[in-house]
Design a protein around this ligand. Structure first.
Ligand code: M6R
Length: 366
C-alpha cells in the first residue's frame, strides 16, 4: 500500500503533482482562462456582500490559511484574518452575516475547527470548508465545501493535503476576483497558466531529492535551527519549521526575517543552521540583508531561492533552487524541499517518520 515507498510520508510527497492536477481538475474552464466552482451554493451576489473573511484552522491547515490570507487579500481585495481554531472562539471574534468564515481541515474532524465552524454559523456567518474528506463532519456542516482531491493522507505529517489546500485558495481567490472584478482577465489567465505548470515544477524538485537528503543529514546532528523569510516565504517557513519539529524532534523556530533584530539574533551562534527562504522578488534585497546578519554571527545558511538567482549563492553556504513561478504561487513549490528535508532528517535520526511520538493524525479532542 506504500506503492514501493519506504514511508507513507514520502509516497504522499511524491503524490503532490497528481494532487495539484486533481484539485485544479474540473475547476478550470475549457479554454483554461477562468476558474469555475460549480460546487458553490454561494451566489455572485453573496460574494459581493462579503465584507471580511476569517480563515480558521489548526496546525498545517492553519499555515495554508496564512497563504490563503495573502491570496484573497491580493486577488479579491477583501480584508482577511487568520486564526488558530483553538483561539478563535475564545477571543470573541467580530463575526457578522457579511463575514465569510473559511475553515480548513484535511480530516474534517478536528474538534477545534468544527467548534469554530459552529460558532461562526451561530453568529450568522456563512462557512466555507476546504477539506480533503468528503462526508466528514466539517464537510457536512459547512454551507459550502471545496474538496481538495489529494486522496487519503495517512502519514501524521501533512504534505499533499497542505499543498492541495494552497491550490484551493488560489482557485477561490481567483474566483472571487473574477466576480468582484478586482483583477484584470489577463492576470487571471496568466495565473492559471502558471498554476498548470506547478505539477511539472514539483516533479523537477522531487528529482533533486538526493541533494536535500545530504543537507538533511548535516542538519540532523543539530539540536536547534531557524527558518527565516519575509512575506509568503515567512508563511512557508512556519510550515517548514512545524514539519521538522513534528517528525525529526529537532527544535526549530520560524522567524519573519525582519524580526530577527528584535531578539532572536541573540540565539544565533557559530554553526547553527539557518534555512533562509528568498523567493519573493520584491523582498529579496531585504531578506539578503537579514541573511548577512546571521552569517556575520556564524550561522550556516542554506538558501531556498528561485532558479537562476546566482547572486545569493555568494552570501550563503549552500542553496537549493526551485523553478520560477509567480510570486504568489511560490509557496506551492518552496514547501516541497522543506518537506523532503524534514523527512530525511527524521530518517537520519532513526525516528518513526509516519507516526511521530505523542501525535495523532486527527485531533478530535479540544
Ligand atoms: O485534519 P486537520 O487538517 O484539521 O488537522 C490539523 C492539524 O492537526 C494537522 O495539520 C497537524 O498540524 C499535522 N500533523 C501537521 O503535519
Amino acid at each position: 500500500e506504500k506503492a514501493g515507498f519506504d514511508h507513507f510520508m514520502l509516497k504522499e510527497i511524491y503524490e503532490q503533482p497528481k494532487a495539484y492536477r486533481d484539485t485544479m481538475g474540473a475547476r478550470l474552464n475549457d479554454t483554461g482562462n477562468r476558474v469555475v466552482l460549480p460546487e458553490l451554493t454561494m451566489t455572485e451576489e453573496d460574494i459581493r456582500s462579503i465584507r471580511n473573511v476569517h480563515i480558521v484552522a489548526c496546525g498545517t491547515a492553519y499555515h495554508a490559511g496564512l497563504v490563503g490570507k495573502s491570496v484573497i487579500e491580493k486577488l479579491a481585495r477583501i480584508p482577511v484574518e487568520t486564526d488558530v481554531a483553538s483561539e478563535y472562539r475564545y477571543r470573541a471574534p467580530i463575526i457578522t452575516k457579511d463575514t465569510l468564515v473559511i475553515v480548513v481541515s484535511q480530516s474534517g474532524e478536528t474538534a477545534d475547527t468544527l467548534a469554530a465552524l459552529r460558532e461562526a454559523q451561530r453568529c450568522g456567518a456563512r462557512v466555507l470548508a476546504i477539506t480533503n474528506v468528503v462526508g466528514s463532519s466539517v464537510a457536512r456542516e459547512a454551507n459550502d465545501v471545496i474538496t481538495t482531491w489529494a486522496g487519503p493522507e495517512i502519514a501524521v505529517a501533512s504534505t499533499k493535503a497542505y499543498t492541495s489546500q494552497l491550490i484551493a485558495f488560489y482557485l477561490l481567490g481567483l474566483y472571487m476576483a473574477q466576480v468582484l472584478g478586482t483583477v484584470e482577465d489577463a492576470v487571471v489567465s496568466e495565473t492559471i497558466t502558471a498554476m498548470q505548470a506547478l505539477p511539472e515544477q514539483v516533479e523537477a524538485i522531487l528529482e533533486q531529492a538526493e541533494v536535500l537528503k545530504g543537507i538533511a543529514e548535516a542538519v540532523s546532528t543539530h539540536d536547534n535551527l531557524f527558518f527565516i523569510g519575509r512575506g509568503l516565504d515567512y508563511a512557508v517557513a512556519v510550515e517548514g519549521s512545524l514539519k521538522l519539529k513534528e517528525i525529526s524532534y529537532i527544535h526549530s523556530e520560524a522567524y519573519a526575517a525582519g524580526e530577527l533584530k528584535h531578539g532572536t539574533l541573540a540565539l544565533i551562534e557559530e554553526g547553527i543552521p539557518v534555512i533562509a527562504l528568498a523567493t519573493q522578488e520584491e523582498l529579496f534585497e531585504k531578506t539578503v540583508s537579514n541573511i548577512k546578519e546571521v552569517k556575520a554571527r556564524g550561522a550556516h545558511v542554506i538558501g531556498v531561492v528561485n532558479d537562476g538567482d546566482v547572486e545569493l549563492a555568494k552570501s550563503v553556504d549552500s542553496t537549493f533552487a526551485i523553478p520560477k513561478t509567480l510570486a504568489l504561487l511560490t509557496p506551492a513549490l518552496a514547501v516541497v524541499p522543506l518537506q523532503l528535508l524534514s523527512y530525511y532528517a527524521s530518517l537520519a535520526r532513526g525516528n518513526d517518520v509516519d507516526k511521530p511520538r505523542n501525535l495523532a493524525k486527527s485531533v478530535t479532542v479540544e
